[in-house]
Design a protein around this ligand. Structure first.
Ligand SMILES: NC(=O)c1ccc[n+]([C@@H]2O[C@H](COP(=O)([O-])OP(=O)(O)OC[C@H]3O[C@@H](n4cnc5c(N)ncnc54)[C@H](O)[C@@H]3O)[C@@H](O)[C@H]2O)c1
Ligand SMILES: O=C(O)C[C@H](O)C(=O)O
Length: 333
């Protein structure tokens, strides 16, 4: 018997990420090849024509899984009954801008959209915030939508996680699927800490080994690898004059797919989630942790050994998140 369709909201759907993301969702990349979807697309009035163009292309693409499309500039209509909300709408960083520069514009959007989601979305709606500053936008959304369970509000650090896997696979000249269990700790910003201390490499038909021993270059792992992953967003902006879009859309699909359908046994992924104090991170910020997912619920991987190098980097990114939170509230006053 065919499954009931799932309603997926994409805000900022007329933008770059939106344009890459909606066909992926309509093809089953996010929720599976047997899961029909109804796409809800929201953008603002100046982008209404472009949004209608995207809607027309979705019709023209004749996706078998796509049951309906709602394309609107009305946030109440957009959020009605949605089961998954991917919040991409906002203003992206341009070359030369720091992420803090987009803070004031974007946190006010997330405060306003929090109440629409709270009132209109399905009670079990899973929310993924992509727009920057992603962790702090997600925190504002959580704080202004108190009836949405906090476990249902997350932000995207899967792109950073995938970038770390990509760097290791390039360095080792192996396929990316042979590397797993990197961790992105903290903020989706240049203070994030990409940690390889628990990551492993498993060659086809080979034995699983720690990434550190296979790379055999601690200096590279502790310096260039980290800064390359931290600065990758800026490098893409410099090269494209636009921020990353196809990789962000793909990572958003990975994030929701693993959350809904589960992570493979023995594998964790990185997600920005509301801190419960795990690993000495203060509660009250959305911090990226290693998580496993089962039956639609994520859990933080516990008990990993943290050395002094990691501790200092995990604390630095937590400190930035606390500062961002203060700055966000000052922008809202
Ligand atoms: N977390 C990540 O890994 C990650 C990666 C890449 C980009 N981003 C962020 O994602 C966001 C989107 O990037 P993009 O390149 O698609 O930008 P974009 O400018 O191409 O698209 C953003 C869209 O949002 C719309 N928008 C603005 N205000 C809105 C509102 N109040 N409601 C609904 N829609 C609204 C705009 O009209 C535009 O169509 C940016 O904030 C960017 O920095 C995050
Ligand atoms: O860094 C940015 O502003 C863009 C985005 O968050 C990215 O990581 O590519």
């Amino acid at each position: 018997m065919a499954k009931d369709p799932v309603r997926v909201l994409v805000t900022g759907a007329a933008g770059q990420i939106g344009y890459a993301l909606v066909p992926m969702i309509a093809r089953g990349v996010m929720l599976g090849p047997d899961q029909p979807v109804i796409l809800h697309m929201l953008d603002i009035e100046p982008a209404a024509d472009a949004l209608n163009g995207v809607r027309m292309e979705l019709v023209d693409a004749a996706f078998p899984l796509l049951r309906d499309v709602v394309a609107t500039t009305d946030v109440t209509v957009a959020c009605k009954g949605v089961n998954v909300a991917v919040m991409v709408g906002g203003f992206p960083r341009k070359e030369g801008m720091e992420r803090k520069d987009v803070m004031s514009k974007n946190v006010s959007i997330y405060k306003a959209q929090a109440s629409a989601l709270e009132k209109q979305a399905a009670p079990d709606c899973k929310v993924l915030v992509v727009a920057n500053p992603a962790n702090t936008n997600a925190l504002i959304l959580k704080e202004f939508a108190p009836s949405i369970p906090e476990k249902n509000i997350t932000c995207l650090t899967r792109l950073d996680h995938n970038r770390a896997l990509g760097q290791l696979s390039e360095r080792l000249k192996i396929h990316v699927s042979e590397v797993k269990n990197v961790i992105i700790w903290g903020n989706h910003s240049s203070t994030q800490y990409p940690d390889v201390n628990h990551a492993t490499v498993t060659p086809a038909n080979g034995e699983e080994k720690p990434v550190r021993s296979v790379v055999a270059d601690d200096n590279w792992l502790n310096t260039e690898f980290i800064t390359t992953v931290q600065q990758r967003g800026a490098a893409i902006i410099k090269a494209r004059k636009l921020s990353s879009a196809l990789s962000a859309a793909s990572a958003a699909c990975d994030h929701i797919r693993d959350w809904v359908l589960g992570t493979p046994k023995g594998t964790w992924v990185s997600m920005g989630v509301y801190s419960d104090g795990s690993y000495g991170v203060q509660p009250g910020v959305i911090y990226s942790y290693p998580v496993t997912c089962d039956k639609g619920q994520w859990s933080i991987v516990q008990g990993l050994k943290i050395d002094d190098f990691s501790r200092q980097k995990m604390d630095a990114t937590a400190k930035e998140l606390v500062e961002e939170k203060t700055l966000a509230y000052s922008c809202l006053n």
